[in-house]
Design a protein around this ligand. Structure first.
Ligand SMILES: Cc1cc2nc3c(=O)[nH]c(=O)nc-3n(C[C@H](O)[C@H](O)[C@H](O)COP(=O)(O)OP(=O)(O)OC[C@H]3O[C@@H](n4cnc5c(N)ncnc54)[C@H](O)[C@@H]3O)c2cc1C
Ligand SMILES: *[C@@H]1O[C@H](CO)[C@@H](O)[C@H](O)[C@H]1NC(C)=O
Ligand SMILES: *[C@@H]1O[C@H](CO)[C@@H](O)[C@H](O)[C@H]1NC(C)=O
Ligand SMILES: *[C@@H]1O[C@H](CO)[C@@H](O)[C@H](O)[C@H]1NC(C)=O
Ligand SMILES: *[C@@H]1O[C@H](CO)[C@@H](O)[C@H](O)[C@H]1NC(C)=O
Ligand SMILES: *[C@@H]1O[C@H](CO)[C@@H](O)[C@H](O)[C@H]1NC(C)=O
Length: 591
């Protein structure tokens, strides 16, 4: 699979693949399982056991049929396959599925909609079963069943995760997407907050939460892709959106969680009660790691007008590159003041164009936004670049958001990203951006393309500590880049590895030189970042691991690059094994 081909994966993969594992599911000291059971093992539950389990959860167990099976074998259906291909790149195609990872590489190419009907279609790295959960009792039954039978457990919500954290071979998924409750709490009080709030179920998406808030004249911080769910990977990884320069990160909004721990206990946690440590871990320490969130309560704000500016600059091929660089320098140097006015700026740089889509300014007039972006436009005029600019004020979030042209594609790209320290943009003698940074960004922009989600994440800090990567607070933008997925590559796993290597070594090389300590946003980063503990978690990793061990001492929760995940290896057959068990086996095979 993709991960086995990676730099990090090669080491993990060959280590275990070379082993002769005699009794893979033997129990270790303290009754901690050494490896998860997989189908074919004697310990794998019988069909009857699965059926009993299904009955105990009112028939809500789903056995995976990969959605692209309509394109293959005896299940081939020409019309359905054509429709699936036309819609493959949209999140809405994958959302109703209990198993389809939106980041296609994490399916391990096991059922490809774009290959001929005779090509194989297997379950592969999709989860094998999923429980379409409706509430607490389904959570508890699923955790208990996975624990009892030593089956790999995956928590899946929208399935958006770019790093493969919501899928896994031979796994049982606890699927949280259909927990759609919403409740307005107009006067929430804690020892440090008194104001509007709302309580939402684990499956409520950003779009749904915002629509609900809007219907009550309120606004909430949500991500830019409306189908990302708030309480899952988004909040638990940090969570940014176009209101973040004014109201902060998603993790900064949380007042309370209801969470179910590995042993099935329901805890209601706040920053101030007995489980403040778990609350801290869930506000930035990564999804799928500490427990399963059932609901969360977040701050709401009075609805406010939002101004939106859009800019498209054409880069004519015949112009001296220095001229464009001069414009780009001006743009970067206007960012700090713009962001400090509460504006979030999303920009992209490609070989042929530069775009802002959008600059979003809550509580600002279009004239104020124009003023902040004026140096950038003046420079374009001066240098005689063709461009289009528009700005408008909208009465509320939904209308402002709808004005931004975008298609929310699910799975076109292999993903990578780095956080760029703000100091690099305020560094040269005149307080402007460093030349090395400009060159490094142009290097990526000329070869492939990159996007910068720019914000000031120090606005509206909560009164209690949260565990989001501290590097987010000193970043000026989250630099995101991607390489398109080749659905028809001869050896897909090789093409995935090449794409990641190209980004990590060629595209990002100069960035890593100028910003070696910038870190990365764990939800939008390379799945094969060697320094992931440092780069994704800042200095918080060791403390997060303590919380993990306190609330999940047997290691029921596992997610790729999650806290504690390096204690496990995934074998080529998808079986998850504890590293120390693999080490034992090496000793045994050497004897
Ligand atoms: C098109 C697109 C746009 C995006 N835009 C933004 C953006 O603007 N801002 C931003 O910050 N991020 C953005 N992201 C990244 C996004 O935040 C992550 O992909 C995030 O992991 C999605 O969370 P999810 O729960 O919806 O997805 P899933 O893939 O279902 O889950 C992600 C992780 O959370 C865990 N998880 C899910 N539900 C729960 C639960 N109830 N309890 C415990 N763990 C759970 C899963 O196990 C997994 O580890 C974007 C992603 C995509 C694909
Ligand atoms: C679970 O039970 C429901 C209802 O009886 C059924 O429709 C479904 O197919 C069952 N799931 C599995 C995996 O057998
Ligand atoms: C991933 O795909 C490769 C190549 O087809 C295969 O060898 C490997 O077993 C697959 N892994 C899983 C977990 O399905
Ligand atoms: C999951 O449950 C929801 C709500 O009960 C239902 O609408 C949806 O169709 C179910 N999905 C699947 C794939 O069974
Ligand atoms: C998104 O998918 C659509 C439909 O397949 C495609 O036309 C479009 O180019 C894609 N957009 C991006 C940004 O990849
Ligand atoms: C995808 O892979 C195929 C087969 O190796 C190759 O012919 C094609 O050029 C690749 N496409 C891209 C865009 O690289």
């Amino acid at each position: 699979m993709g991960r086995i081909c990676s730099a990090q994966g090669v080491i993990r993969g060959t280590l275990v693949a070379s082993l002769i594992i005699s009794s893979v599911i033997g129990r270790h000291q303290h009754d901690v399982p050494s490896c998860r059971v997989i189908p074919g093992d004697e310990q794998w539950p019988t069909d009857e056991t699965w059926a009993d389990f299904n009955q105990s959860i009112s028939g809500r167990l789903i056995r995976t049929v990969p959605i692209a099976s309509v394109c293959h074998g005896s299940t081939y259906d020409e019309g359905k396959c054509a429709t699936l291909r036309d819609n493959w790149f949209f999140p809405a195609t994958h959302l109703p599925s209990s198993s389809s990872p939106m980041a296609y590489e994490w399916s391990n190419d096991s059922c490809n909609p774009f290959t001929p009907p005779e090509a194989p279609c297997v379950i592969g790295n999709h989860v094998l079963y999923a429980v379409n959960a409706t509430g607490l009792s389904d959570y508890q039954a699923t955790l208990a069943f996975a624990s009892k039978h030593n089956i790999r457990l995956v928590i899946r919500s929208s399935g958006h995760d770019y790093l493969g954290k919501s899928t896994g071979a031979h796994a049982l998924a606890l699927w949280t997407l259909h927990l759609k409750s919403t409740q307005l709490l107009p006067t929430f009080k804690s020892s440090t907050y008194a104001g509007g709030a709302m309580k939402i179920g684990a499956g409520v998406s950003g779009g749904e939460a915002q629509a609900f808030a809007h219907s009550h004249g309120r606004v909430v911080v949500v991500g830019n892709c409306p189908s990302v769910t708030l309480a899952g990977g988004w909040v638990q990884g940090g969570g940014h959106g176009i209101l973040s320069s004014k109201y902060g990160l998603g993790a900064d909004q949380v007042l309370e969680f209801e969470v179910v721990t590995a042993d099935g206990e329901l805890l209601t946690i706040t920053p101030y009660n007995d489980h403040a440590d778990l609350f801290w871990a869930l506000t930035g320490g990564g999804g799928g790691t500490f427990g399963v969130v059932l609901s969360m309560t977040i701050k709401t704000y009075p609805e406010t007008p939002i101004s939106i500016a859009l800019l498209t600059v054409t880069r004519p091929p015949n112009r001296d590159p220095k001229t464009f660089k001069s414009f780009f320098r001006t743009f970067l140097s206007t960012l700090p003041a713009t962001l400090d006015s509460g504006v979030t700026v999303i920009w992209a740089l490609f070989p042929t164009a530069f775009m802002i889509f959008p600059a979003a300014g809550p509580d600002l007039t279009a004239q104020q936004l124009d003023f902040l972006l004026q140096p950038t436009r003046a420079r374009l005029k001066e240098l005689d670049f063709p461009y289009e600019y528009s700005s408008n004020t909208y009465p509320d979030y939904p209308s402002a958001f709808a004005s931004v042209p975008r298609t929310w594609n699910a799975s076109d790209y292999h993903m990578n990203g780095r956080l760029i320290p703000r100091s690099l943009v305020e560094t040269s003698n005149d307080g402007g951006p460093s030349e090395e940074l400009i060159d490094a960004l142009l290097h990526i922009g000329n070869l492939a393309g990159n996007a910068g989600v720019s914000y000031n994440l120090n606005a509206n800090l909560p009164a209690h500590p949260v565990s989001v990567n501290p590097k987010l607070r000193s970043t000026i933008f989250n630099l995101a880049l991607g390489v398109p997925i080749n659905y028809t590559a001869a050896v897909p796993q090789h093409s995935y590895a090449e794409a990641h290597d190209f980004m990590n070594s060629v595209l990002l090389e100069p960035i890593k030189k100028v910003a070696p300590d910038g870190g990365a946003y764990l939800s939008e980063a390379s799945p094969y970042e060697n320094e992931w503990k440092r780069d994704f978690y800042g200095g918080n990793y060791d403390e997060l691991l303590k919380v993990k061990d306190k609330y999940d001492p047997v290691g029921l929760f596992y997610a790729w690059t999650g806290v504690g995940s390096d204690r496990w290896v995934e074998r080529a057959d998808g079986r998850l094994c504890r590293v120390e068990f693999a080490k034992d086996e090496i000793v045994h095979s050497e004897l």
